[in-house]
Design a protein around this ligand. Structure first.
Ligand SMILES: Nc1ncnc2c1ncn2[C@@H]1O[C@H](COP(=O)(O)OP(=O)(O)OP(=O)(O)O)[C@@H](O)[C@H]1O
Ligand SMILES: [Mg+2]
Length: 397
């Protein structure tokens, strides 16, 4: 039988050594990473059955790592090693899908038991009502639940079905929370590439070199700190779909490189002398006006043309009120299940409140509102009432 593989993420070499030795003795294969970035790379390349991570590390924290893993690899249990003072945060992480946490200094035997249980898939229930472990993000392989009741969304769904087959780039625009990422996933899942990877990258606020190496990878020694070669997201998405979110934030030099991948299907890893060829379907999204960015000189017009072979403009939720009820009912049912509650339907009165509200945060705001309502309801209640809704919404109605 293959050995179980445990990834240790800690910036302290001594801790990594001690744990590695202990896990080897326990009959597991121990892998180690010194920061979140390295951990993600390893998880993308190798089979990992459990991740054990420190919280405070240079770069991204253990919580950020957990969040990223929950989105991209929800099947891998993550255990957080935390200091005594920060337990509330750790509990929060468990609510967001971490398997469990253990406080430092810990007993090695207890830790090994915990890891064993995690790898056997013994799910711990953190929600009082005995609901399922909450999974914030569906893995890209699990089908997206896409609700399109309004005429405008039905039209958009038709466009999605039409473009899914092709390799055409798609630019998705829309306010925050309108479902841009959901649409990107849906295109992938309805495309012939569905069983290949769907890789998402947010280009927002990443310094240029970091974004460049994230997208295109780098060779060993390409820059200070590049102690190992690493494939970029383009390579990881080969034969699949790459989703670049916040494309408007991409710095000019990287725009040039993107243009080249789109035209020639090849690029160089940072520090590489030979090009790498890939077959990737590119989908991008933005909540900014890219034409305006072009006019201001921040975005290349030739790239914009390449990206928007097809453009899908998602309407705000207030422009598609027919979707409010089906979306609310769906989120209500899901949140009720997750929290051990029984809200199943929306009362007339609550619906009027929902319909009168402006939804600046769009679908995400509706989703959060339904989760809040479910949590605030008692186990006997089956209908959503105005009093389960935030006061500001009731006042607006
Ligand atoms: N048509 C839909 N049917 C069901 N759920 C949806 C739909 N559109 C969006 N959602 C849900 O609403 C939430 C927000 O969607 P998503 O993350 O795709 O929005 P976004 O436009 O990418 O937002 P942001 O600009 O803030 O990144 C997600 O939880 C998503 O599952
Ligand atoms: Mg998004």
């Amino acid at each position: 039988m293959a050995k179980k593989r445990v990834l240790i993420v800690d910036d302290e070499l001594n801790i990594r050594r001690i744990l590695q030795a202990a896990f080897d003795k326990a009959g597991w294969h121990a892998l180690a990473a010194e920061d979140a970035q390295q951990a993600i790379t390893l998880v993308n390349q190798e089979t990992v059955d459990c991740v054990l991570t420190d919280v405070t590390m240079p770069g991204a924290s253990g919580y950020e790592l957990q969040k990223e893993l929950a989105e991209r690899h929800p099947e891998i249990p993550v255990i957080i090693m935390t200091a005594f003072g920060t337990i509330p945060q750790a509990v929060q992480a468990v609510r967001h899908g971490a398997y469990d946490y253990i406080t430092k200094p810990f007993d090695l035997e207890a830790l090994k038991k915990l890891i064993s249980a995690a790898m056997q898939g013994d799910r711990k229930d953190v929600n009082k009502g005995g609901g399922r472990r909450k999974q914030n993000a569906a893995p890209s392989s699990s089908p997206v639940h896409f609700i399109a009741a309004s005429p405008i969304m039905q039209e958009i769904e038709e466009t999605i079905n039409q473009v899914a087959d092709s390799r055409a780039t798609v630019l998705i625009t829309g306010e925050s929370g309108t479902g841009k990422e959901v649409v990107a996933k849906l295109i992938h899942q309805r495309s012939p590439r569905l069983s290949n990877p769907f890789v998402a990258v947010s280009c927002a606020a990443l310094p240029e070199t970091l974004l460049e190496s994230e997208l295109f990878g780098h060779e060993k020694g390409a820059f200070t700190g590049a102690d190992f070669a690493k494939p970029g997201r383009f390579e990881l998405a080969n034969e699949g779909t790459l989703f670049l979110d916040e494309i408007g934030d991409v710095p000019m030099p990287i725009q040039v490189k993107l243009l080249r991948v789109l035209q020639e299907r090849e690029f160089e890893r940072l520090g590489a002398t030979r090009p790498t060829r890939v077959d990737v379907r590119l989908i991008t999204a933005t909540n900014r006006d890219l034409q305006e960015a072009v006019d201001e000189g921040h975005f290349r017009l030739d790239l914009l043309y390449r990206l928007q072979v097809v453009e899908i403009a998602l309407p705000s939720l207030r422009e598609r009120r027919e979707d409010i009820l089906p979306l609310a009912a769906h989120f209500l049912e899901r949140s009720s299940q997750e929290n051990g509650r029984n809200l199943k339907s929306v009362s007339e009165e609550a619906l009027s409140v929902l319909l009168a509200y402006d939804w600046p945060g769009n679908i995400r705001e509706l989703e959060n509102t339904m989760e809040r309502a479910a949590v605030l309801s008692s186990e006997e209640e089956t209908q959503l009432l105005p009093r389960h809704l935030p006061p500001k919404m009731r006042r607006a109605a």
